[in-house]
Design a protein around this ligand. Structure first.
Ligand code: OSB
Ligand code: MG
Length: 374
């Protein structure tokens, strides 16, 4: 595919309500979109980097810069036939996986359109609906949280994930479990604990949690393997898993029993599929994480979640939980059974509302092929 143009935009999108994790509060999202035009078709990618480098080393700003000055020109000078050709095109650039995923995922969207198949079909997805959970931020009070859980369960969500940190953990789990003894419940610490908290974390076993997500350091396997030996509850790694090799190391060392796959965190569909396959071959279930995506990133997550080993409900939920108006149509909805139906159209399956996108755009840059020196 000859790349005719790459248009990068930054949009400002306020969340319907603030989202608080152990590393901070997000109120407004700065969303970077890549529009890649090729041979009459348009593929879209969305960058999942946060506004600050608190989840990983990347941020909106760093991703913008790396796409504009490095990755964009490399892609514009290449003629990828497949989304899977992108890792090679970007090989010289180390890290910056969320920036890479922004462009690579747009090429997968283009490839699916060229082939006239849904993105789910293109990657070998096997589901026509996916199971959905919700990730609930830290709230001002436990009562506030209880009311939110009530609402999300009534809406049909199959699994409740509670963000936690020291001081917002066992007391919360106890209240929730007493009220809902049977629900699928998990927690996510985003690296808020250390190995010296192991005795405290062993106390989480009392609450029949489906998993404890990333309890300790964002870049660790060894201490998580020591912790997992002491826990009944499965550890799920999110931040630590950057690629297939990390997944193999974590599985081999028994640092986790479940893996959260995020397209941005691993650098795009190629590596996400590789992580999925490596986990599947070793009997490790996976699920699709979320990064407060707008509709384009969300539609990529939906397609990814149709792969066979995505057996647990993901953090892929309805547009309306995040946005007053999403940038795609139809917006993404979840049924009363807690499922999203996979659209059967060529590509991602959701139209981009270009008028709205243009209205929300605060900066825009067109990237052309550059002669690489050296
Ligand atoms: O760790 O899964 C995480 C949001 C931002 C950064 C990290 C995480 C999250 C979520 C939200 O848990 C998931 C979502 O609803 O998109
Ligand atoms: Mg997480």
């Amino acid at each position: 595919m000859k790349i005719d143009a790459i248009v990068l935009r930054e949009l400002h999108l306020p969340l319907v309500r603030p989202f608080e994790t152990s590393f901070g509060v997000t109120t407004n999202r700065r969303v970077v979109l890549a529009e890649v035009r090729s041979e009459g078709l348009t593929g879209w990618g969305e960058c999942t980097a946060g506004e600050h480098p608190f989840f990983s080393a990347e941020s909106t700003e760093s991703a913008w810069q790396v796409i504009v000055s490095e990755l964009g020109p490399m892609l514009a000078a290449a003629t990828p036939e497949h989304g899977g050709d992108c890792p090679k095109i970007f090989k010289l650039v180390r890290g910056n996986r969320m920036a890479k995923a922004t462009l690579e995922n747009a090429i997968w969207d283009l490839e699916a359109q060229r082939e006239g198949v849904s993105l789910s079909r293109l990657i070998g997805g096997v589901r026509d609906v996916i199971p959905c959970g919700v990730s609930l931020g830290i709230q001002p009070t436990i009562s506030d949280l209880m009311a939110i859980i009530e609402r999300e369960l009534a809406a049909g969500y199959q699994r409740i994930k509670l963000k936690c940190k020291p001081g917002w953990d066992v007391d919360v789990f106890e209240r929730v479990r007493n009220r809902w003894p049977e629900i699928m419940l998990s927690c996510d610490a985003n690296s808020a604990y250390k190995l010296k908290d192991a005795d405290h974390l062993v106390g989480f076993d009392a609450f029949d949690l489906l998993m404890i997500e990333q309890p300790m350091w964002y870049d660790d396997f060894y201490y998580h393997s020591m912790l997992q030996k002491r826990l009944e509850t499965p550890i799920c790694l999110d931040e630590s898993i950057r690629n297939r090799r990390d997944a193999l190391a974590a599985i081999e060392m028994e640092s986790c029993k479940i893996i959260n796959i995020k397209l941005g965190r691993v650098g795009g569909f190629s590596e996400a599929i590789a992580v999925h396959n490596a986990a599947q071959e070793r009997g490790i279930p996976v699920w699709c994480g979320g990064m407060l995506e707008a509709g384009i990133g969300r539609s990529h997550n939906i397609a990814l979640s149709t792969l066979e080993n995505f057996t647990l409900p993901g953090d892929v939920s309805a547009s309306a939980r995040y946005w007053r108006e999403d940038i795609v149509e139809p917006e993404i909805t979840v049924s009363s059974a807690g499922e999203i139906a996979i659209p059967d159209f060529p590509g991602r399956g959701y139209e981009v509302r270009t008028d709205l996108v243009n209205r929300l755009t605060v900066r825009k840059e067109e990237i052309r092929a550059l002669e690489l020196v050296g």
